[in-house]
Design a protein around this ligand. Structure first.
Ligand SMILES: Nc1ncnc2c1ncn2[C@@H]1O[C@H](COP(=O)(O)OP(=O)(O)OP(=O)(O)O)[C@@H](O)[C@H]1O
Length: 227
């Protein structure tokens, strides 16, 4: 098993109130190597929170996340670094995922530097090209790209690291329907080629059915199998 979570609970402070906001994902969620798993649920139910926890970016207050059968949030040193490279997340709001002071090239190169991997210049350009973006995008700042272009640059950045799992949080929400269907096809091809698993967070049942072989719904703090 690549990743497994059980009975996740996370609380957030609410400004001006003593009672905290509780986000729960009770039950099991399992992701096998190469699987395409959907996650649906109404707005505010906690899908992004669960995605962040599964990607190792937020620590739950209670519950368990196992990455390759080891407690994810207890990994340290080289094991933590390996997990950080193996699990990538593409955020719903791509502008928050790019440093506004950096050109796209630096943002795409940075993860390679962090993980001590060689940077293939042509690799970056072809990752962008795969997402329908010209190489010239590398020399632009995030503010010089549209929301949809940034979203595609974020997908290129995550996938060119060849992760084992990518958490995609509404990764095509800013794209027009035509580009959306093209990019969804590209995402699926890329996942299949590298046997990359994905957790696909979406509000769109048609998209979930097109992309995923299995889909969970988070409802009233419980994970249920939708299909
Ligand atoms: N950093 C935070 N601080 C305080 N509250 C937060 C924080 N992040 C999320 N929340 C709250 O936790 C709840 C779950 O948020 P989350 O973004 O996980 O939901 P979601 O299902 O992804 O929603 P959407 O479909 O609208 O993106 C919401 O009520 C939200 O306001």
């Amino acid at each position: 098993m690549l990743l497994k979570s059980r009975d996740i609970k996370k609380t957030y402070p609410v400004p001006g109130k003593t009672r905290k906001k509780v986000v729960q994902a009770l039950g099991d969620l399992e992701i096998q190597q190469g699987a395409r798993i959907g996650l649906m649920g109404v707005s505010g139910v906690g899908k992004t929170t669960l995605g962040l926890i599964l990607a190792g970016l937020v620590r739950p207050d209670s519950g368990r996340v196992l990455f390759r059968d080891k407690p994810l949030h207890r990994l340290r040193g080289p094991q933590w670094k390996t997990m950080r490279k193996s699990i990538q997340m593409v955020f719903q709001h791509p502008e928050s995922a790019f440093d506004p002071r950096w050109k796209i090239r630096k943002s795409l190169e940075e993860p390679f530097k962090i993980h001590g991997l060689p940077i293939e210049k042509s690799g970056l350009a072809s990752a962008l090209e795969e997402m329908g973006l010209p190489e010239g995008v590398l020399d632009r700042y995030p503010s010089q790209l549209s929301g949809g272009e940034l979203q595609r640059a974020a997908l290129a950045r995550a996938l060119c690291l060849k992760p084992d799992l990518v958490v995609l949080d509404e990764p095509t929400s800013m794209l027009d329907p035509l580009t959306q269907s093209r990019i969804l096809a590209v995402i699926q091809k890329s996942l299949k080629r590298r046997n990359t698993a994905c957790l696909f967070i979406t509000h769109n049942l048609h998209v979930a059915k097109a992309v995923c072989s299995q889909c969970y719904v988070l409802e009233d703090g419980r994970l249920e199998n939708l299909f």
